[in-house]
Design a protein around this ligand. Structure first.
Ligand SMILES: [Zn+2]
Length: 89
């Protein structure tokens, strides 16, 4: 009985590494969906802050930056809603 907690504790680093690698892989998959570098985002995905970055990436999927005012606008937009610049794609 006394041995069990120490066995569990000794396994924690392995569990942490496994979760981290899986997270990096998932993050890299997201990066591929939004057209970013797989390898770079795999490395970024390993950091704890990646959860927030992933959310931002997924949230920004349908947006581009206006070339005129650099505000985020919808990809389908013909005209910027911030400055009125016409987008020709
Ligand atoms: Zn604009």
């Amino acid at each position: 009985m006394n041995q069990e907690p120490s066995v569990f504790v000794s396994l924690l680093p392995l569990v942490y590494i496994a979760v981290t690698v899986i997270k990096g892989w998932l993050f890299a998959r997201i990066a591929k969906i939004v057209g970013k570098s797989f390898g770079l985002y795999f490395v970024l995905g390993i950091f704890p802050i990646s959860d927030f970055i992933a959310l931002i990436l997924l949230g920004n999927q349908d947006t581009i930056r206006c070339p005129q005012c650099a505000e985020r606008i919808r990809k389908e937009a013909k005209k910027c809603r911030h400055c009125g610049h016409e987008i020709n794609t």
